[in-house]
Design a protein around this ligand. Structure first.
Ligand code: HEM
Length: 525
């Protein structure tokens, strides 16, 4: 009996060794009992690129099991469109999502069903208003002129010294923190000022909170919830940022209330907090929560959604420019043409007025959003950066009722559907053999020279369907104004020797930032 047991054990051990050797290099290994958990842990540090490998080697939809928890991973365009758009009500964000983002409990980011509908209507009224759009364009231009140009000018003058190297990821994080704070609260924290090196306490608290939220996504739910109760591990680190955030929000709301009572300036009236606090829709719609907690959660939702996403798009965009000088030259060409056309028009106006005024050439030039709106190549270049580096690389949804996805995958309540927007932008079957190359031309119709509607329908970085990004217009405004201003006035060089890679986090940060040197361009001579 003992001998038989020994033989069976040895055979089992041999089988396990052979099985392990055969599978150890596979993209996905399905272990008995623990399912794909070891593969998930093994690839956690490079989760986004692993999602691409899964798509290209295993399939665009993969059903995985982690103990008793079922996760359906997909980057199949048909499935994602079905989940976000066609059968949107059957795929709410769900309890896992809501719990992980509990710090914006009542805000739009976490609201569901009719409560979300009511908040979306309120947010649409604000974000789509002419006043808000004009404010967001004006604020961006102003910040470029007052904060970004001096910072870049300073770095350009420091050639050969320590101050000549900037971390562009940090620069854009500061820029968007200043801009979103101005459009949300009507106050500019001036974190981009060239004399400031420390981070604003609210920005620091947001960064910390985002880090903890990422851990909540990769840890089993019960584990992080126990840690929260016991104030242990990463969860312990959440208490201080939450306090800092709450103090800032309380202060901003109280100040805004006073401003409104006194009758504020245009900016103070048209910032989001001001618009919310004076909104009839908010007052009258019974489905929208009332009181300061709702204002805090809404402001936090917008801060969360709007700050990192735009900053990271800019960081990846400029990294792509340093890697693809030919494409950068095309953007510059488009901008020079626009600038010269503007100069000719101004000069014609002057001649017609016959006042013989000499046109004063500025030292640095910032294009207004209105003039940039129609530029085809610039728009295509931004879409291409968003395809390869979507700032929100992954998203998840829950399942309300039994359903079948367009590719035939059956889904049930209790399952989580994980959508990789990062992999969607890199699927060879959709984008072709050159899917990993940066080619803005793929967004332009070869015949008409205009942006291709078919290609644009494949841009999922802002999500699609009823719950798409409400800040899309604001994001494009900021991206175009900042990119045009930097490329037209400066030459950005990547510091040699650095490796730029995505970091595993909720938003697509770079692992070690992006170090650059700045040189002035001489466009005006
Ligand atoms: C390049 C910049 C941006 C990208 C790529 C982006 C992307 C996204 C994505 C993918 C979602 C869906 C999230 C989900 O379903 O869980 C989303 C939602 C949202 N975004 Fe953006 N976003 C950007 C900029 C902004 C800006 C500047 C704002 C302004 C505050 C903003 C506000 C929002 C809000 C409020 C939602 C939630 C909408 C809802 O649930 O109805 N976003 N965004």
């Amino acid at each position: 009996m003992l001998l038989e047991l020994c033989i069976i054990s040895i055979l089992l051990l041999l089988y396990s060794i052979i099985w392990y050797k055969k599978n150890k290099d596979a993209t996905l290994v399905r272990w008995p009992v623990v399912g794909e958990v070891p593969s998930i842990f093994k690839n956690a540090h490079r989760v986004h690129d692993w999602c691409v490998e899964l798509a290209n080697e295993v399939g665009c939809t993969v059903a995985t099991k982690a103990f008793f928890f079922r996760i359906i991973y997909t980057c199949d365009f048909r499935n994602v469109e079905y989940i976000y758009k066609t059968n949107f009500p059957n795929f709410p964000k769900g309890k896992h999502y809501n719990d992980a983002f509990d710090m914006v409990a009542e805000g739009i980011f976490n609201a569901e069903s009719e409560h979300w509908h009511a908040q979306r209507k309120l947010a649409n009224l604000t974000f789509m208003s002419k006043e808000f759009r004009s404010l967001s364009a004006k604020v961006t231009q102003q910040l470029v002129q007052d904060s970004l140009f001096p910072l870049l000018d300073n770095a350009a003058h420091e050639q050969g010294h320590d101050g000549s190297i900037l971390d562009f990821e940090d620069v854009f994080a500061r820029f968007t923190f200043d801009s979103i704070s101005t459009v949300l609260f009507g106050r500019n924290p001036r974190s981009l000022s060239s004399s400031t090196t420390s981070h604003h306490p609210l920005a620091e608290a947001l960064d910390k909170a985002t880090e903890v939220i990422f851990y909540r996504h990769v840890m089993p739910e019960t584990w992080w919830k126990i840690c929260r109760i016991l104030k242990f591990g990463k969860e312990k680190e959440m208490f201080k940022p939450l306090k800092v955030i709450d103090e800032h929000m309380t202060n901003y709301i109280a100040t805004k209330r006073e401003e409104i009572l006194k009758g504020g300036t245009v900016v103070q009236k048209h910032d989001v907090l001001g618009l919310y606090m004076t909104s009839k829709e908010l007052e009258e719609n019974k489905l929208i929560p009332k009181g300061d907690q709702f204002l805090k959660d809404s402001a936090m939702s917008f801060l969360f959604a709007g700050r990192d996403s735009t900053a990271l798009t800019l960081s990846w965009f400029f990294w792509l420019m340093t890697e693809n000088p030919r494409e950068e030259a095309k953007i510059l060409e488009e901008l020079k043409l626009l600038y010269n056309t503007k100069l000719i028009m101004m000069s014609n106006n002057n001649n017609n007025n016959n006042n013989n005024k000499v046109i004063k050439k500025p030292s640095y030039y910032v294009f207004s959003y209105d003039t940039l709106k129609g530029l085809v190549y610039l728009h295509a270049a931004i879409c291409e950066a968003l395809r390869l580096y979507p700032p929100l690389p992954a998203n998840h949804r829950s399942v309300d009722k039994d359903d079948t996805l367009p590719d035939g995958t059956r889904v049930k309540p209790g399952m989580m559907i994980l959508i990789s927007l990062y992999a969607m932008g890199r699927v060879e079957a959709v984008w072709g053999k050159d899917c990993l190359e940066y080619k803005p031309e793929r967004w332009i119709d070869g015949e008409s020279g205009k942006l291709s509607a078919v290609q644009l329908s494949k841009l999922f970085a802002f999500n699609v369907g009823p719950r798409n990004c409400i800040g899309r217009e604001m994001a494009f405004t900021q991206l175009k104004v900042i990119i045009a201003a930097v490329i037209f006035n400066f030459h950005v060089e990547a510091v040699e020797g650095q490796v730029v890679l995505p970091k595993p986090s909720v938003t697509l940060h770079m692992q070690n930032g992006f170090k650059v040197r700045i040189k002035k361009r001489l466009n005006f001579n």
